[in-house]
Design a protein around this ligand. Structure first.
Ligand SMILES: Cc1ncc(COP(=O)(O)O)c(C=O)c1O
Length: 1021
């Protein structure tokens, strides 16, 4: 212990009667110690700088007492009196200087700056705490609150205007000048607001957050009241906002969550909400100016400049429109989105039925047509809308009048401009904020009410509006609102100009054809908006489904202006909660759902899926859609065959032999006979029958933790199922051998003989079956164990096992359901990697690309043994449709070079994963081949990181990436996408995984040790 700590340890004992160990904490001027007392409690001892103003500490102590009595649940530290009852004793330090000291409760949690993720839920909670704090402080008075010349009082922030010369970069100076002007413009409004005591410094180091991994995060502390002053409460919120937005991936949403939380605890008025954005920017401006000035005083302290970086990054890169920001924050509080919004709504309500008919006729009986994610398949590729498809959108609803919905999520807005991030699976704007009226090109439009032209232009870009008009209207009280008409004949640009009056009922435009209207089937996009703030340049006709609170308020349902009831045109996607509820009612509890918050998926394309709101997900998990979701060739073949006939194998059909030919062309020569069934399970069941028919024995040897299907016999050879708690247990005709896992198993990668040593474990299993009189019918294994943890057995393992099994009279069955058909990149089947030739190969899942199909291939000898006079028949196995689809899948793998794509993308993924493994302690191992990959997550002690894995899987879903988890302890991330995945998607997986793993926490793991084979210094034995 240093002298300083020793001195204060003694002082603590003397003053508070506490025995403790002291650890020095950071502090700019004061001495702060973390106190671990022998009574088991932690405290913070604050030794104020000599000459510290006692009033300012007294202010804090009284404020804490006030909050504790007004709102005892708020996370503020208690202050402990000394043995004499004094809250703030003063003593001489080791140099004889008088120092004020006080002792506070140490609150749990880590500082917000280091807490991740900074979810909107957490930020909302922070807002609540801050709002409740300001409420509690409302009646608090103290002389120390009135601080003149206090640079952190936002009311007095104008001081920076005179210091801008310190900023050498002219662009930055101009930016700050603009912010100062914005601040000056609100100064009067600010000055009129009531002042109260506020915390005034809810920065990211003064907020504490508790909760690890999947635990719900909560705000566990709001500390350091040293900057308290009297100011309008909105300053407190703006200051917290200034830190919440920094480096947040969605700063506008983060701020809205904060304000919403604050408002829930402490109701705000709209005029206050409008001040938040300019005040927030001003606080950041004060911060950068202050640190620039400090840097000039302390040129050798690089930290001063580094700490400015996030604020500059935010100020320089944000392109938020202030008006739209206010609208967003007002909407988050449920306040009128613009002044007068309620009057506009009342006006529209009252005049519904009295507006001029836009199409010269009543639209009440005109049918609706849905272009929703669920109801329509335009465009086939949701990432690209070809002009040919755009011009045909909705043709199924006919040529005459029909209406398109408001609030309808659609995938027709396919181009990158609708994406809100760099990836295909980034957030995307999908929800239609207007009503469409489809009608023949040339149809004349009448103005529903009088107004004047605000905008008239021709947006002639691909899939833009073509001719577009925005009209400005007013309520009788003078509240402005706007209507937009898109996809017009651009002739309107020659006739009209901004400012022109348009009378109610006037024919003012007509619908354009596809050549004039951006390329779409003729219709008008009719939208209502209460503001044009932030929308001038790029009027959003569709919104992000996760921001509808804002967009519904800014662009309300325009039905009234069409003299229609709101309900008629308002679209409701299928309600996920309702489906979940019904599913629970209709199905068994062990029909499990992935994710804490399950996803409902209604469309797919290649390796992406879409939920009912059109949110895209990168499918990095599903191997069934081997050649991609909704492959057009599979669609075509299925539709074609269903138009003709679909029968069974009792009749001849060329499709059966064509499919068999194709499969056998991929197989070693010995494997000559095919059986077609409906699933992997059925194929494995059949494999057992064949093996038994051929050998006359019953016993099966199989690796532990395997999975081969869901029927009685398939479960009996699936330790992954029968050995689970509640499982049926091991049958006496089954013997398990250890999985050849050279990361965690008995023989590790540093053992050159590990393949043989794992294979030797089969000997006692064979002996045990013989001892029990079962004999050896065969050995079955997933070639690369998947549910066992994406394991690649060491080369040579299978040939060595097969040799032993055959010597014992058994047959060797390779379950290639997971590994076959090119997924491994370098190999078409997993057994090729091993240099082994099985006697029976089982295929399933990917071979039908979603159509139920299983295939077994074996030798002529084994097939002959099975041919004992009893018919083999599977009604749907080998149906004409199945054979056509199966053959098409295999052809597509070849025609599109998907095996090679699996190799290339697998290498890219693996290279990135290896880098991640090097950078993150919680990644114990990465392994795999092609697009069959596993990432083993571990705890600091090297044990299986089950909780970490569950957290990562759920967080990857938050990033819109679907991956799975496997392994006996469910700690291995399973990455197994359709073979169509592209480089940018691989990069997204790697980026997101890095982001999520950085939330897990930093540690250097102990080496994995199995105790029997430990290495010197492993640290665990
Ligand atoms: C290796 C393996 N074999 C067999 C099966 C069973 O296939 P199915 O679900 O088509 O019956 C599975 C399914 O996950 C599997 O992974």
């Amino acid at each position: 212990m240093d002298d300083l700590s020793a001195f204060w340890t003694a002082a603590l004992r003397r003053l508070w009667g506490l025995d403790a160990r002291l650890t020095r904490l950071d502090g700019e001027y004061d001495l702060n110690f973390l106190v671990h007392a022998t009574n088991g409690q932690d405290y913070v001892l604050k030794v104020m700088r000599a000459s510290c103003d006692a009033d300012l500490v007294d202010l804090q102590i009284k404020a804490l007492a006030h909050i504790a009595s007004e709102a005892p649940g708020l996370p503020f530290p208690k202050v402990f009196p000394d043995l004499t009852g004094a809250m703030l004793p003063e003593i001489a330090d080791s140099e004889g200087q008088r120092r004020l000291v006080w002792l506070l409760e140490c609150l749990p949690g880590r500082c917000y700056a280091k807490a991740a993720p900074k979810s909107e839920e957490l930020i909302l909670k922070l807002g609540r705490v801050l709002g409740a704090t300001d409420r509690a402080l409302e009646g608090f008075e103290h002389e120390g609150l009135h601080r003149t010349g206090f640079k952190w009082d936002l009311m007095q922030a104008g001081w920076i205007a005179d210091k801008l010369n310190a900023i050498s970069d002219p662009a930055r100076r101009a930016l700050l000048t603009e912010i100062c002007e914005g601040f000056a413009a609100i100064a009067d409004v600010l000055a009129d607001l009531p002042k109260q005591a506020i915390h005034n410094d809810a920065n990211d180091y003064n907020i504490l957050v508790e909760g690890e991994l999947s635990e719900r995060r909560r705000i566990s502390g709001l500390i350091d009241l040293g900057d308290m002053c009297a100011a309008p409460r909105i300053c407190d919120l703006a200051i917290a906002g200034a830190y919440v937005v920094l480096d947040h991936p969605k700063p506008e949403r983060a701020l809205a969550a904060l304000v919403k939380g604050y408002h829930a605890a402490n109701r705000l008025r709209a005029d206050e909400v409008d001040l938040i954005w300019p005040l927030l920017k001003m606080r950041l401006a004060v911060s950068v100016v202050n640190s620039t000035l400090m840097a000039a005083e302390n040129p050798d302290d690089p930290y001063v400049t580094i700490s400015q970086a996030p604020a500059w990054r935010f100020l320089e890169n944000t392109s938020v429109n202030g008006g739209l920001m206010s609208a967003r924050l007002r909407a988050a509080c449920g306040l009128p989105v613009v002044d007068g919004a309620e009057r506009i709504h009342t006006y529209l309500q009252e005049h519904r039925g009295h507006f001029a008919d836009m199409f010269g006729q009543d639209l009440g009986d005109v049918p609706m047509g849905s272009l929703s994610v669920e109801n329509c398949v335009w465009p086939q590729d949701p990432f690209h809308m070809p002009l040919a498809e755009a011009a045909r959108v909705g043709e199924e609803y006919g040529q005459d009048l029909w209406l398109g919905y408001y609030n309808e999520p659609r995938l027709i807005y396919a181009e990158p401009g609708f994406r809100k991030g760099p990836w295909k699976a980034s957030d995307r704007r999908t929800v239609h904020l207007a009503v469409d009226v489809f009608a023949p090109a040339g149809t004349v439009l009448h103005a529903p009410m009088s107004g004047r032209v605000e905008v008239v232009e021709n947006r002639d870009q691909h899939l833009d509006y073509g001719g577009v008009i925005i009209l400005h209207h007013e309520t009788p009280e003078g509240d402005p609102f706007y209507t937009l008409y898109g996809h017009l004949d651009p002739e309107c640009c020659d006739r009209l100009k901004p400012g022109d009056p348009v009378a109610q009922g006037a024919a003012f435009a007509r619908l354009g054809d596809a050549g004039q209207n951006g390329g779409w089937a003729p219709h008008v996009h009719f939208q209502l908006a209460l503001t044009t703030d932030g929308m001038e340049a790029d009027w959003p006709g569709v919104g992000d489904p996760d921001e509808l609170e804002l967009w519904h308020a800014v662009c309300p349902n325009p039905a009234a202006l069409l003299n229609l009831p709101d309900d008629k045109v308002f679209y409701h996607p299928t309600d996920k909660a309702d489906i979940l509820h019904k599913r629970r009612a209709h199905f068994g509890g062990n029909l499990s759902l992935t994710y804490d918050d399950p996803v409902m998926l209604v469309r797919g394309w290649k390796h992406h899926l879409f939920d009912e709101w059109g949110r895209p997900y990168l499918d990095a998990y599903n191997n069934v859609p081997h050649v991609g979701h909704a492959h057009p060739r599979i669609q075509a073949v299925a539709a074609d065959q269903l138009k003709r006939m679909n029968s069974n194998t009792r009749y001849l059909h060329p499709a059966q032999v064509e499919f068999a030919d194709k499969i056998l062309s991929k197989m070693p020569d010995q494997l000559q006979v095919c059986f077609f069934v409906n699933s992997g399970t059925e194929a494995n069941e059949l494999a057992l029958r064949l093996a038994r028919a051929h050998t006359g024995a019953k016993g099966i040897v199989t690796p532990d933790h395997g999975y081969h299907g869901n029927t009685n016999a398939a479960v009996a050879i699936s330790a992954y199922k029968f050995n689970k708690p509640g499982g049926i247990g091991k049958a006496d005709w089954v013997e398990l051998v250890e999985v050849a896992d050279d990361y965690r198993g008995s023989f590790r990668r540093d053992d050159a003989d590990r393949a043989q040593k794992f294979a030797d474990l089969v000997d006692p299993a064979i002996a045990a079956l013989r001892d029990r009189g079962q004999g050896v019918a065969g050995f079955i294994a997933e070639t690369f164990p998947s549910v066992g943890g994406q394991i690649i057995p060491p080369k040579g393992y299978l040939p060595a096992v097969y040799e032993k099994i055959r010597a014992a009279g058994g047959v060797c069955i390779a379950d290639e359901v997971q590994t076959g058909l090119g997924r491994l990149g370098e190999y078409y089947f997993g057994f090729e990697h091993q240099g082994a030739v099985p006697d029976i190969v089982v295929m399933g899942k990917p071979i039908g690309n979603g159509h139920p199909l299983g295939v077994l291939v074996t030798t002529r000898e084994i097939a002959d043994s099975f041919n004992n006079g009893i018919e083999f028949f599977s009604t749907f196995g080998g149906s004409t449709l199945s054979c056509r689809i199966g053959k098409e899948v295999l052809d597509i793998v070849d025609d599109e070079g998907l095996q090679d794509n699996a190799r290339r993308m697998g290498e890219r993924l693996m290279a990135g994963l290896r880098q991640i493994e090097a950078d993150f302690g919680c990644v114990g191992d990465v392994r795999g081949m092609g697009l069959f990959l596993g990432v083993e997550l571990i705890n600091p002690d090297g044990s299986e990181g089950t909780e970490i894995c569950s957290y990562v899987k759920n967080r990857m879903r938050d990033h819109r990436i679907l991956i799975g988890s496997e392994g006996p302890k469910d700690n291995i991330l399973k990455i197994r996408p359709p073979l169509t995945i592209e480089a940018e998607d691989v990069d997204m997986i790697l980026w997101a995984l890095r982001d999520v793993l950085s939330e897990v926490g930093d540690f250097t793991p102990a080496p994995v040790c199995d105790h029997d084979h430990h290495h010197a210094g492993c640290g665990c034995c």
